[in-house]
Every structure is written in C-alpha cells, then in structure tokens.
Design a protein around this ligand. Sequence first.
Ligand SMILES: [Zn+2]
Length: 335
Amino acid sequence: MFDCNEAEKLKRDLPLLDYLKRFHWTSRRVGSGQEYVGLCLLHSETHPSFYVNVAKDLFFCHGCGCGGDLIRFVQIYFKLSFRDSVAHLRKESAQVADDRDLLGDTVAFYQYQLPRHEEALDYLRKRGLRDPGLIRHLGLGYAPGGSLRDHLLSVCGHRFDRLVSLGLTNRHGRDCLFRRIIFPCLNQDRIVNLYGRSIGPPPPHRFLPRAKGGLVAWETLRNAPTVILVEGLFDLAALWQTGFCNTTSALGCHLTAEQFSQLCDDPKRTIFIAFDSDANAAGLHAASKLALELEKAGLQSRIVRLPDGHDPNSFFISGATADDFRRCLERAGGL
Ligand SMILES: [Zn+2]
C-alpha cells in the first residue's frame, strides 16, 4: 500500500543529489550555489544540460525536457510506474535506515570507549580539548581496535557484510578507524559518516567511503549573521571553548555541494574563512578559491590570516587569547 506521506519520507531519506551519485553522476556548481549541472542520465548528450536544484530537491534537463523529483527520476530511468518506483525506493530507503542504525551503534560503542583509554584522553588534552561537556556535546569517541566487530555482531545483531560494506571493518574484521578519535558527521541530526583523526600513524584524516555530511553543528548556528568557517574539528573545538560559538567546519578545506549550499542559504550572511596558514599555502589557496565562489553566489566573505604556520587550534595552544583571535577577525580582508 502507498500512503501519501511515504513519498515525502523517501525523498527526505534519499536526497536527489546523493541518489544521483549512485549513477556516478558528476556535476559542477552554477549560479547561486543551489544548482548543479552535468550530463543528462536520461538521454545521450555531450554538453551538460541536466540541472539539479539542491534546495528544491528537483531536476530538469534542458536537452530532453524531463524534470521532477526523485520518484519521477526513478520512473523515467528504470521505466517504472509511479507505484513500482516507490516500491523500488522503499527497498533502498530500508537499507539506508539499517545503515543509519549501524552507524548509531558504532558511535555509541566508540563513545563508551573514549573515557576508558588514556592514550585518547591524552591526545585530546594535547590538542587543548579539556572540557568534558564539550567532548560530550561534539559526540567524540575513540576506536581502540579489536572489539568493534564482536560488539556489533553479537550485542547489536548487525550483519558482518554491512560492516564491511560501510567501511567500518575490513574483510578480516579489523576496525578501519583503529586508533582514531571518532567524530560523528551529521545531516539534520542523522549520522551519515564518521570522521577519524589518527592519534598515531598516518593518514591523519579518514572518513568512511560515503558522503561526509553537512557543516558541523549547522543547525545551531545557521541564524548567526556571521559565521567562522574552519578546516578541522579541533579548530572548531578551540574556538567554541574560547566563546566563538558561531564557528563551523567542513572537515577539510574542500566543501561538498551540500555544505556550500548550506553556507549560501542566507545571502545576508558574512563568512570568515579561517583555514590553516600552512607553509605550502594550501589553506590560503583553498580559502581564496572558496571566497571567489561565495562572491559569485552573492555572499560576503573575509579571509582570516593567522600567524605563519598556525591553524586556529595551534594558535590557541601557543597561548593566543580570544582577543588575539578577535583582532585577526577585525583585520580579515576580502578577496
Ligand atoms: Zn536529458
């Protein structure tokens, strides 16, 4: 049976842009930042004319004239009736829900482990993160390695093939985020990915092989007239601890379509980009590129320059105060 609310629920669970990635659809951002264009998946073409509006969650192709929502796309792509398209998406959505439960149980397991492992607490202290309330608020956990698989299979009843498929463990059951501080990446309060910061061997940053989610804590600060955007989780923690609670992070200096769309959802917002001032100027380069894209989308932005070699986290660890950072914000320039 099809009920009228089900279509809306399916579309919430499976945003169109994410869904199209399953078909390896590649796109570039256009206009106000809410629209993406790429080659049409519904007819053959060499010049991109297939547009997706992220805010409206709709597509339209100027080549073949097809347009609509997720269900309409499935109808045309798979040549299914409306009813069969909903049934098809229902199965996919059930998988998404199972995976969400699995991620939730994984995060709870890691959170339980964090206070029990001195090496993890020691790492947090070294990064200047001492406030237990903030650690809880961020939902941080720790992956000690060794026991995740058994917990998820025997206590929570998950299937081993899903653990492997999500990238939580490898085929031998070894925890892929082993010896990492774990941060749950959310999208509208739902866990969509895990970010693991290594406390030991490289690579320092690791995500599960899926979309990394929206901007950190976006729902709590989206109404602020100015927003500070930083690269890393520890930059964000350092600024929150110092009172700059309008700070968010993209967990990296390259924003996903969704994160960019979030920044652009209020044209009156001013964004202070406080990326790493590293020796190879990668952070500054990424900040300039982002500022240009924000300007094209009609938003004001300022690039915050920290002393050479510093990111916001290391700036505070080196003894800087809230006033020092405030002065950096006041000095921040446009493009
Ligand atoms: Zn088309």
